[in-house]
Write a protein that binds this ligand. Sequence first.
Ligand SMILES: [Zn+2]
Ligand SMILES: [Zn+2]
Length: 354
Amino acid sequence: MGQTHDGSYDGSPVTALRRIAFLMERGREETRRIQAFRNAAAVILPLSHDEVAARAEAGTLTDLAGIGPSTAAVITDAVRGVMPERLVKLEAAFGPLVKGGDEVRALLRGDLHSHSDWSDGGSPIEEMAFTAIELGHEYQVLTDHSPRLTVANGLSVERLRRQLGVVDAINEHLDDTGAGRDFTLLKGIEVDILDDGSLDQTDELLAQLDVRVASVHSKLRMDRAPMTKRMIGAIENPRTNVLGHCTGRMVMGNRGTRPPSEFDAKAVFAACVAHDVAVEINSRPERRDPPTKLLELARDMGCLFSIDSDAHAPGQLDFLQYGAERAHDAGIDPARIVNTWPKEKLLEWANPGR
Ligand SMILES: [Zn+2]
Ligand SMILES: [Zn+2]
């Protein structure tokens, strides 16, 4: 992407800023710290090359709202054909996120779980879509949160309805420009599993989506018996396609650690098999959910799986590698991983009888 060995640079400033943000996100730096680079890219995107170059030479880039000294330095280097120092450092540190899982990763055609800034993600929907295209995905399912998850700005009926129109518009734009020739942004939701096992969105709206991930986000410490009943209730709902991060545990990260929820895993996975629901292998390093023992149990019970990034920023879409490595280590047959399937097969599975 524009980098050369002699320190020269042939990309645009926008490309440099986006690449820096991508690499920082992929390296799990805090979304807030990365925002400056994403914002700066958005500020200069509509400007002509000449205007940006003139401002760089005159030292007036920082007069633009949203451009600070560090982003101005990146832009100035880029327009002068010099590889920005920040990018040099990040590219030098670039390597595989984890060893192993390459074969499984290569078979993944897309990703069933991701968030935009409509709920608690850090970037607009279109930026998530562009990055998914750059990663070679055939599809990305947008799964913002549901209404009751107010801490994550969950989408009301009205907002989700509006979002579906935006997804249509983005797909039309991608088709028109040819940018997304082989790519589709799919409509989805990460719907909360409520205490009684019902789903936190109207059935009428759930029916309009392509893929639905159902997850527990509240009362994670519920007793084993009611938690089992709650999860099975959601799995039995004919709209549910994927059981998201089933234990809710956190193994590291700035939100602290959290033990797994307690439930009868055999009963839950048996319900997943009976109702054709995939068990999510959540790729977020702080989740690693399900834990290995449960992953192997689900494997032995014949469950389907989906390897999901649960990305909250574009660079995190690359987290699929972590989940692929876990699936490989657990010896899971790729044919049972739903995102290795062609898109048509995936959509038929997720919407039987549609
Ligand atoms: Zn979640
Ligand atoms: Zn999520």
